[in-house]
Design a protein around this ligand. Structure first.
Ligand SMILES: Cc1cc2nc3c(=O)[nH]c(=O)nc-3n(C[C@H](O)[C@H](O)[C@H](O)COP(=O)(O)OP(=O)(O)OC[C@H]3O[C@@H](n4cnc5c(N)ncnc54)[C@H](O)[C@@H]3O)c2cc1C
Length: 373
């Protein structure tokens, strides 16, 4: 008997889960309340950073697993979703060394360059500190990746139902009933990957941690080097040394160079979006004027996207009974897409225990005198 699974949410996490579950023989229905390619959640647009550089080796390993998954997906779909352009980290030296150590311990090649050498190689960026470079990084085309994940899932027999909102989930020993505004779906298990809307759906079933939903506002800028082929790695500017603002990320994309502050947007209700904040945009433009000479700072075009941030910025990928949850990606989940699908499939089909880094029980307050984890 094939395991019947309803996956709620067709962003990167739900789409990857649908692919991996269907590939492993499950009977999958992937449901989303909005249409294909919508921009109301977190997975839309033309670019996301892919990189290995994390100070926690678990994420370095997960990035390596995801790389294999992105490559497989490209082979299956014939569409290029990942381009390796390399990545630079600069700013606070105390933030860079742990990244270099973790890359080293997982045998991912990286090296430091001095600021003058880095400035010559990447004239679009300005550096005032040592720069950590690793080549196994770049960008994922987000819209294309989500569409290709869904195509890979449907090729393995999954059904995708769009513009169908899940209203509630009920479980009992005989199975799961997912009530939608288009009727009832029955299954053996349910996966909730509903981004900023996850808490409301899983609340009755498991102890989902408090999540901050913020509306983030990166912007695209026109390159001043158009036609001259300046190399653009993806980049992270860590506050410290000569820079005191918020953490900044960026990368080149088909829409221009995208630059954003990491996690500084206002907390919102995901159903009530607000207009772009001019003060946040001015601060970003100031940063760009000073630190990113390779773009025209007068050309900012802001975009809007949601972060769902957990208290420790690590993800939640865990299962309680027939309900598996994949959420809280805290503004850094996209790059791991296929690996997130693998983790979900292992929870659902193998009943494998959750990776402790992503387990729900890490949020439980320990009883006095006991040690956490
Ligand atoms: C500005 C910005 C920049 C980012 N940059 C990077 C980056 O460079 N690299 C990186 O790795 N990550 C990045 N991220 C993070 C990454 O994009 C997210 O972690 C990831 O997209 C989260 O995907 P998700 O599937 O969990 O959520 P979503 O994409 O929001 O998907 C959830 C889906 O659930 C659906 N849904 C919700 N409720 C229901 C319901 N009741 N019934 C049916 N469907 C429902 C929604 O319609 C939605 O489609 C960035 C995020 C933002 C906002």
């Amino acid at each position: 008997m094939r395991t019947r699974v309803v996956v709620v949410g067709a962003g990167v996490a739900g789409s990857a889960a649908a692919w991996r579950l269907a590939e492993r023989g499950a009977e999958v229905v992937l449901v989303d309340r909005f249409g294909a390619g919508h921009d109301k959640g977190a997975s839309h647009g033309s670019s996301r950073i892919y990189r290995h550089a994390y100070s926690n080796v678990h994420y370095v390993r997960l990035a390596a697993q995801a790389l294999r998954g992105w490559e497989t997906l490209q082979d299956l779909g014939g569409e290029r979703v990942l381009e390796l352009t390399g990545a630079v980290d600069h700013g606070d030296p105390d933030a860079l060394q742990p990244l270099a150590d973790a890359l080293d311990s997982e045998s991912v090649p990286s090296h430091f360059l001095d600021p003058a050498e880095a400035g010559k190689r990447w004239p679009g960026l300005r550096f005032d500190t040592q720069v950590l470079w690793h080549a196994a990084a770049g960008r994922v085309h987000a819209d294309r990746a989500v569409a290709t994940l869904q195509a890979a899932a449907t090729n393995r027999g999954a059904q995708v139902q769009r513009e169908r909102r899940v209203l509630s989930i009920e479980t009992d020993p005989t199975g799961v009933r997912v009530r939608t505004d288009g009727g009832l779906l029955e299954a053996d298990q349910v996966v909730v990957a509903a981004g900023a809307w996850t808490s409301a759906l899983v609340g009755p079933h498991l102890d989902y941690p408090p999540i901050r939903t913020t509306q983030e506002q990166p912007a695209h800028f026109a390159r001043v080097d158009r036609g001259r082929g300046t190399e653009w790695p993806s980049f992270i500017h860590h506050p410290g040394a000569g820079y005191r603002g918020p953490g900044i990320y960026g990368l080149d994309s088909p829409d221009g160079v995208k630059v954003g502050e990491h996690g500084t947007g206002p907390e919102i209700d995901p159903d009530v979006r607000t207009a772009a904040d001019p003060a946040l945009l001015d601060r970003l433009v100031d940063h760009v004027r000073h630190w990113i000479p390779g773009v025209d700072s007068r050309t900012a075009r802001p975009v809007s996207c949601l972060y769902s941030t957990t208290p420790d910025h690590d993800f939640v990928i865990d299962r309680v009974g027939q309900v598996t949850v994949a959420g809280g990606f805290s503004g850094h989940g996209f790059k791991f897409g296929p690996a997130l699908g693998d983790l979900v499939a292992e929870l659902v089909l193998d009943s494998k225990p959750a990776n402790p880094l992503f387990a729900l029980n890490r949020f439980r307050v320990p009883a006095r005198g006991t040690t956490r984890r």
